[in-house]
Ligand binder design. Structure first.
Ligand SMILES: O=P(O)(O)OC[C@H]1O[C@H](O[C@H]2O[C@H](CO)[C@@H](O)[C@H](O)[C@H]2O)[C@H](O)[C@@H](O)[C@@H]1O
Ligand code: UDP
Length: 790
């Protein structure tokens, strides 16, 4: 197990949250007693508890009167449990109505069994809110919060909002115990966006297998259009970590139990009851994902194809009653009973029953005894998050080295090398594997068992719990840092703007800031009210407004050419001042060069040299010849041909390869490949290849938006008036360069009033954020309606 060192331990506490508390409450006369219940999660987390004590928050399993609630809370507190009381109706609709009738079937590839009802969704939200209320009341600075499973997929987001107002530095993890399906299945969910955003508020999202992680990342890309890496998703500027943490069991509990007289006696009973017979065991909750009918059909096929087993093999199937309030589970019960009747009716004799079907929960002694006696364990789940029964069987086979026949659709199949992997839908294959298992020689069994046992004994429940908590601890708690960026108040902007004594400069980026981003860029045209707001601002005295964009000069001029605004095009390759500004004659010589370079100007010139070209436009040069385009174009064309939906746009200087209309995952993959190839080809040229919003941009490395702004300011500083106000508003990676410049460049420090903001909550270098494009308008309005300062 990975040791948890003192350094890694957080000063705060660990709070574990699952739908159900790991306890059973019973009332005897007037007093309640509490008993720890069994189950995979309880066992798995008990290993962690030894290393890292925690408080467990969950639903206590029933509703109580208000007087009883206090008693129950106190009783549970003694067991480090905190209850979330839900009224019966909400609890039923949350658990049966939504969790087990919508998310469960969908996550296990059973969309036909999904019953989506609005009232169940409302109850799901209400239950998650109720959990959040309890967690918010106990969580403190520095705590780690670990949320479990599909019942609580909105909790991280609700908590994040709650903590935001309290400014808490708390890390949130969420772990899914079921599979996460392919995005093709996930996107069926009517509330797919809400569910994904609910969990993306966490700092660490964990799954049992790499496949589930990949499916989740893919859904984020396809459903939400997010950028992702192999172990992370970018959401609201945060890097949400995605990890694989396969759960395990505590094998020592089984080994210790085997040594008890109760278990040895029971093993003796079984051996004499099934003398000279081979035993196949199956232990499953009676759930349609466990493939119990498939198991029976394969077993029947074995008896049919290998009649020598009739009378010599038995299948002991424990089917634990589960979720009986959901219709699909009731139907399954009827089907399975019928099948058992048919097979037993066909192959049974007075002395022989082929299937021993136990529709009940068995106690631990019985379970360990069955596992220990069985020659084969057969698991035919059609989908299963992990399947702990497979691990438990291995833990009990230290003497007999029994054979595990395991469905390829379980999470366990990715880890349990040494088992016979089967496709439960292929009845012939499963029955042949059963035959192989029943007839396997001792040496092969021992060889397989060595591998299985090694894995199960290393990857224990405690190993899983500690690994996860360590990883959660290591996340950078991005939630907290995001919220260090405050929302920009238009009143503050107005105050700063009015207080400025001199020239007031405003640099606003176009796409995503002034105008909402569109999938087709041609549709992102400024509206009348935006144009009129820009016009009002541009008419204010001592105010210079610059609109900055990656777009071409022509496009910007077609929208804003008639206004008295400055323009920066192609992300800094060109700029022009507001046409009414009369700087040029004063400070530039006839060649367009600055007459008396100040410290500011000299500094700017190191980064690119502007020359005037036409109609007041300046072009930034860095001595780079345009022949580089001939080098890169064939490569871009090569990728365009192989990436359906991608296209190349050529502007005056920049070339961009867009993949916004391509398959999002393939597009991103190709963009990364292209970037690598370009960097090799362009290694010795002063060009930069930058990844933007589903586009790759290539341009001279010294032509940046920062260089353009530096040059603009250098020009202004040469004028008689003092620049006393600067506002930079943006939303993209290019704008982050400008925020960084504003924060770190000593030459701008002389500007007294500085404001930078980004659009949307995110990790940013900007001082402030505004929620959306509409709020940008409010900010501009706050300045447009101010009386001029002198
Ligand atoms: O509480 P129930 O509704 O009766 O269901 C029992 C548990 O079923 C699911 O188990 C999953 O978790 C196991 C441990 O990670 C995994 O091995 C198995 O494949 C999954 O099906 C459910 O996710 C749990 O929340 C339930 O407690
Ligand atoms: O009568 C029984 C039989 C089995 N189990 C336990 O139920 C868990 C089943 O976990 P698994 O991961 O296989 O599937 P799940 O039921 O969680 O989907 C295992 O720990 C079993 O030991 C149980 O609690 N009662």
């Amino acid at each position: 197990m990975p040791p948890m060192t003192e350094v890694e331990k957080k000063p705060g506490k660990l709070i574990v949250i699952s739908n159900r508390l790991p306890i059973t409450l019973t009332k005897d006369c007037d007093s309640w007693s509490v008993k720890l219940s069994s189950g995979g999660l309880v066992t798995a987390l008990s290993g962690l508890k030894k290393e890292y004590p925690f408080t467990w928050v969950g639903w206590p399993g029933q509703d109580f009167s208000s007087t009883e609630k206090t008693k129950i809370s106190n009783l549970l507190m003694e067991n480090s449990c905190v209850p979330v009381f839900l009224d019966d109706k909400i609890a039923d609709l949350h658990y049966n109505g939504f969790s087990n009738s919508v998310l469960w079937p969908l996550f296990h590839y059973h969309p036909a069994e999904m019953n989506f009802e609005d009232r169940a969704w409302e109850a799901y939200k209400a239950a998650n809110e109720a959990f959040a209320k309890v967690v918010l009341s106990i969580a403190e600075e520095g705590d780690l919060i670990w949320i479990h499973d599909y019942h609580l997929m909105l909790l991280a987001q609700i908590l994040q909002k709650g903590f935001k107002s309290k400014r808490k530095n708390i890390k949130i993890g969420w772990f899914l115990h079921t599979p996460f399906p392919s995005s093709e299945i996930f996107r069926i969910l009517p509330v797919r966006q809400e569910i994904l955003e609910g969990v993306l508020a966490a700092d660490l999202i964990g799954f049992h297998t790499l496949e589930y992680s990949r499916h989740f990342i893919s859904s984020c890309t396809r459903v939400l259009g997010l950028q992702s890496g192999s172990e992370s998703v970018e959401y609201e500027g945060r890097n949400v970590r995605i990890g694989t943490f396969p759960i395990g069991i505590d094998p020592t509990t089984f080994i210790e139990a085997q040594k008890t007289p109760a278990v040895s006696d029971r093993i003796k009973d079984f051996k004499s009851r099934f003398k000279n017979k081979k035993i196949i065991v199956g232990v499953d909750r009676l759930d349609y994902i466990k493939g119990v009918p498939q198991k029976f059909l394969a077993y029947e096929n074995l008896l049919k194809k290998h009649p020598e087993y009739i009378g010599n093999v038995v299948l002991v199937q424990v089917a634990v009653p589960s979720r009986g309030d959901v219709e699909e589970y009731q139907e399954l019960m009827v089907n399975v009973n019928e099948l058992v009747g048919l097979i037993n009716g066909k192959y049974a004799t007075i002395e022989y029953t082929p299937i021993h079907f136990l529709y009940k929960s068995v106690d631990f002694t019985e379970l360990v005894s069955i596992y220990t006696t069985a020659d084969v364990c057969l698991i035919t789940s059609t989908r299963d998050g992990m399947n702990l029964v497979s691990y438990e069987y291995i833990a009990c086979q230290n003497e007999n080295n029994g054979v595990l026949v395991l469905s390829e659709f379980t999470g366990a199949a990715s880890s349990l090398n040494g088992s016979l992997i089967v496709n439960p839908w292929d009845i012939d294959q499963v029955s042949e594997s059963l035959h192989n298992a029943l007839s396997m020689d001792t040496k092969s069994k021992a060889r397989n068992y060595r591998m299985l046992s090694k894995y199960v004994n290393k990857h224990t429940a405690a190993y899983w719990g500690v690994s996860y908590v360590k990883a959660l601890n290591k996340t950078n708690g991005s939630m907290y840092s995001v919220y260090k960026t405050q929302k920009l108040d238009p009143r503050y902007v107005q105050h700063e703007f009015m207080s400025a004594q001199g020239i007031r400069t405003i640099f606003i980026s176009y796409d995503g800031t002034l105008c909402k981003t569109q999938d087709i860029p041609e549709l992102a045209v400024p509206k009348e009210e935006e144009i009129s707001m820009i016009k009002s601002l541009s008419l204010l005295p001592n105010t210079l407004l610059y609109i900055s964009s990656g777009r071409s000069r022509d496009e910007l001029v077609s929208w804003f050419g008639d206004l008295n605004v400055g323009l920066i095009s192609e992300h800094g390759c060109f700029f022009r001042h507001p046409p009414n500004l009369n700087l040029r004659r004063k400070h530039l010589n006839s060649n367009g060069n600055l007459k008396e370079p100040s410290k500011f100007i000299t500094h700017a010139l190191q980064y690119g040299h502007p020359i005037e070209i036409d109609n007041g436009w300046f072009k930034l040069l860095n001595g780079n010849k345009a022949s580089w385009k001939e080098t890169v174009l064939p490569l871009l064309q090569h990728y365009t041909e192989r990436t359906p939906g991608s296209l190349i746009t050529m502007k005056e200087v920049t070339i961009t390869w867009h993949y916004r209309l391509a398959d999002p995952e393939f597009g991103l993959f190709q963009a990364n490949e292209l970037q690598n190839d370009l960097e090799k080809v362009l290694a010795h040229l002063p060009l930069s290849v930058s990844m933007g919003n589903r586009a790759l941009e290539i341009k001279p490395s010294l032509c940046t938006v920062v260089t353009a702004v530096k040059n603009i300011l250098a020009n202004l500083f040469q004028s008689d008036s003092k620049v006393d106000f600067i506002m930079i508003g943006g939303s993209s990676k290019q704008d982050e360069l400008l925020f960084n410049y504003l924060n770190n460049d000593t030459s701008v420090a002389q500007i007294d009033h500085q404001i930078s903001f980004t659009v949307g909550k995110k990790q940013t270098e900007a001082e402030f954020f505004v929620p959306d494009v509409k709020s940008v308008m409010k900010i501009l309005e706050s300045m447009a309606c101010t009386p001029a300062a002198d």
